[in-house]
Write a protein that binds this ligand. Sequence first.
Ligand SMILES: [Zn+2]
Ligand SMILES: [Zn+2]
Length: 395
Amino acid sequence: MSTLRSALDELRMDDLSSLPSQALAARLDEIEHAGRVLEAERARGLAEVERRRMFAVDGHLSSAAWLAHRHGVSRSVAEGAVRRALALEQMPGVARAFGDGEVSASAVGVLAAAREAAPEAFVRSEEGLLDAARTMGLAELRATTDAWRIAADRERALQEEDRRHERRRLDLCPDLSGMTRVSGELDAEDGQVLISAIRAQMDAETRSSSRPDARTPTQRRADALGEICRAWLGSFARPSIGGERPHVVVTIDADALLDRSGAGRLEDTGPITPEAALRLACDADLTRVITQGGSQPLELGRRTKVVPPGLRRAISVRDRGCRFPGCGRPPGWCDCHHVRHWADGGETSASNLVLLCRPHHRTIHRGFGVQMVDGRPVFSRPDGSVIQDRAPPPT
Ligand SMILES: [Zn+2]
Ligand SMILES: [Zn+2]
């Protein structure tokens, strides 16, 4: 032990700033190796503590409690160390390899979890799994032991799968700040479905636009989920409930829409600004409700599309996608924007409509401008300066 101390003291004397990078990396490799050997020794010692029940002498109830108290580490760290020590007792080959510094502590953890799942089968497979731990990265090793566990104990694997399936949940909570909190856990199958769908949506968006995307990855995932749900609500494949297909309902007072004074309201998620209500109203189905005294519905109008399907098709053919300079996202991801809003008396006609993708539609309703000049949209920044379209499509 005194040799170990003096070796460590010597190590601490080295000046690292003058060390060549290759030597620095080699030094870290050596430290990792020594750390594994020491960790294996700690495990051997802890197993001996457990065998002698040394903890009881000091009045502790377990080796983990004894260790946590003696070394001032957290209870969970101590429990992990003891669990690993006891597991290594049952995996002599792994213990030897760990002591020789051939496998990392993390890899030992993965192997210990595998043994715990199927102890008898592990005895037969220890050498093979140990070889995997020597050569594979941690993620690959985990995948390998997972596959081994399923093969080793089908019955248990099925039970575990059922347990995970039972744990599935999805919670959607509109909160007071106007955000909706989405949290949950999906089983492997539905998790993969969600990941694949969101990834496909994001890939398609990336391919459809040559512009660098200013959004963060987490914002892009959120947008992708919204687009997927919008597409589903807009498709004819969905079931109808009570003779009506489900849709998003926004309510706004007609006078408030005109003078931009009142807030709109989404059915479940609460108030939205008049700007957002106007944007949603640009290209929506409308139902007029005449009310008495502000709240009593007196008369319910027929639901009509603001932009009739034929006109929408014509605009899609003409614009071929989002017309914001440099964008061009395909028509399926676009709204028909009224250059002069219908609430202000703007016509729903080709000369007053322009296709905008969802992010750019939002931009236009939040300070950016668009005017029709000679039948072509001209976009401007909030300060009024014109955004040049680099390559206008031929008309
Ligand atoms: Zn609009
Ligand atoms: Zn766009």
